[in-house]
Design a protein around this ligand. Structure first.
Ligand SMILES: Nc1ncnc2c1ncn2[C@@H]1O[C@H](COP(=O)(O)OP(=O)(O)OP(=O)(O)O)[C@@H](O)[C@H]1O
Length: 485
């Protein structure tokens, strides 16, 4: 499928950059704040005191101390945070450490929590998308380190709801987070789409516009607070032998991190998000509602998404009422036997149900794919929020997703392969057909928008691309001024 929009190219480039950056993650040991351990009798977490002094010293002494902690550029935990108090919440649990959010996160949280944004359901798309990114990252890193997948658990996302208590849990078996990564990722805004959101928000406020930016950008993880009073993130990275729990509340400027010690809550790898929904948003914890949202928003996530659903099957059961009598004949005798009465009942049970379509859209029959599905696929793949102007779905020899490509490390040799040459030719032709289609569309604004974005490339192409200039010429447009009499 081909989508046409200039923003899509930019979005794809953004995405590539993000993937590249995401694959470099500092190890747990490099700077992990020391885990507070109770000193027994007094219950005072001694290492916690040490942590406080390290952070305070970093704040005062600045870069020198930061460097000695082997921090990366973006991970200036000592400068960004103050650990203000140990909040031991239960005698059985290790004490939790409390951190202040970076100022930008506070602003963002405030905006999200107090917004009157009506399309709150986007929270699910954002969180599922994070889970899918975490699975992608694991798959990517496991190419060079097969140990990452050694526990063998399926790469999948599972969403469970508890409608009586208004709780949703989203669990993935992705890369998880170390303690340090938790602090860096869910307390600061580095260079993600969320940072762009804040920039756009600032610009729009300066320009006096009241645009609906939450909907356009998505706000990543923090969108959980559109619907939740409290969020817990329990996460286990293959790089750490410990599982950690991050907890934050909607109206608070701080969050806590503690080690997970409850054996029932331990996960082999990945992340489990628990959303404690706001009173007015508890309706999201209905299994059918979640199923519908997954179908709407996350259809094209390439990992299976299971939702916890109530199911039923029918069976015959005997009933105690008066058995009816039937006559049977055998050995020449006629006997009267009591026949037990039965009735059909529905047996209910709960189980995981695969909710998304995992077959890639380009392998499906074009006749069975709706325009909405193409649009959703395009937006999800290119991180877009606008629908494409047009799309083209075709099946030909050597399509892009081909098993026949030669395995080769040399790009030059690959580009010379027959199959790549065929693909190149066909894709170019199909792209021209699609552009021609837009130019003939009844909606004349479409081609004007297209021309505005790509016009100069077509003009250049018409001069430089000898092979295609006959195809390009009919697509050119020029202004002309009629002389007024
Ligand atoms: N389920 C998860 N598993 C592992 N890491 C996660 C998960 N969810 C969030 N993170 C980490 O938290 C970071 C921040 O997430 P957030 O959704 O706010 O921004 P983003 O995903 O980087 O950008 P955007 O959502 O705008 O594309 C992610 O980059 C990732 O490192």
């Amino acid at each position: 499928m081909l989508g046409a929009s200039r923003r899509s190219l930019c979005a794809a480039a953004r995405r590539r950059a993000a993937v590249g950056a995401a694959s470099v993650v500092p190890g747990d040991a490099a700077l992990a704040p020391q885990r507070p351990v109770s000193n027994g009798a007094s219950g005072v977490p001694q290492p916690q005191k040490r942590l406080l002094s390290v952070l305070a010293a970093t704040k005062v002494a600045g870069a020198g101390n930061v460097a000695s902690l082997k921090l990366t550029d973006n991970a200036l935990v000592g400068r960004r945070y103050e650990s203000s108090a140990a909040a031991a919440d239960s005698s059985d649990m290790p004490p939790a450490e409390k951190y202040e959010y970076q100022a930008e996160v506070n602003r963002l949280m405030d905006l999200i929590v107090h917004s009157l944004y009506s399309n709150k359901e986007v929270f699910l798309r954002e969180l599922v998308s994070n889970a899918s990114d975490a699975l992608d990252k694991l798959r990517y890193l496991s190419v060079t380190d097969s140990n990452l997948m050694k526990d063998g658990s399926e790469l999948a996302i599972r969403i469970q709801t508890d409608k009586d208590n208004g709780i949703i849990t989203i669990t993935d078996t992705g890369i998880g987070m170390t303690r340090q990564e938790l602090v860096e990722s869910l307390g600061t805004i580095a260079s993600s789409g969320t940072a762009k959101f804040l920039k756009a928000l600032k610009e729009s406020q300066e320009a006096g516009m009241d645009s609906n930016l939450i909907g356009q950008f998505g706000v990543g993880f923090y969108s959980a607070f559109l619907v939740s009073d409290k969020v817990a993130v329990s996460t286990k990275s293959p790089k750490s032998d410990k599982q950690y729990v991050w907890e934050g509340e909607a109206e608070s400027s701080s969050y806590t991190i503690r080690e997970e010690t409850d054996p029932e809550k331990l996960i082999p790898r990945g992340t489990r998000l628990t959303l404690y929904l706001k009173r007015d948003d508890k309706g999201f914890a209905h299994p059918e509602r979640i199923q519908k949202l997954v179908k709407n928003y996350s259809q094209f996530v390439s990992f299976p998404i299971y939702t916890w659903q109530e199911k039923g099957f029918t069976k015959e059961v005997e009933v105690d009422e008066d058995p009816s009598e039937v006559k049977t004949e055998g050995d020449g005798e006629t006997k009267t036997e009591a026949k037990k009465k039965t009735k059909t009942v529905v047996e209910k049970y709960w189980d995981w149900e695969l909710t998304n379509e995992t077959q890639p859209i380009w392998l499906r029959n074009p006749k069975e794919v709706s325009t909405e599905e193409y649009n959703e696929f395009y937006k999800k793949t290119f991180n877009e929020y606008l629908d494409p102007l047009a799309s083209s779905h075709f099946t030909t020899e050597g399509v892009v997703d081909s098993n026949d490509l030669p395995l080769n490390v040399s790009r030059e040799i690959l580009q010379e392969s027959r199959i790549v040459r065929i693909m190149r030719k066909r894709l170019v032709r199909k792209a021209f057909d699609m552009i021609l289609g837009i130019s003939c569309s009844e909606n004349r604004d479409d081609y004007e928008r297209f021309w505005e974005n790509y016009g100069k490339f077509l003009k250049l192409g018409c001069m430089e691309d000898k092979e295609n200039h006959k195809r390009i010429a009919p697509l050119l447009r020029f202004f002309f001024f009629a002389k007024q009499r």
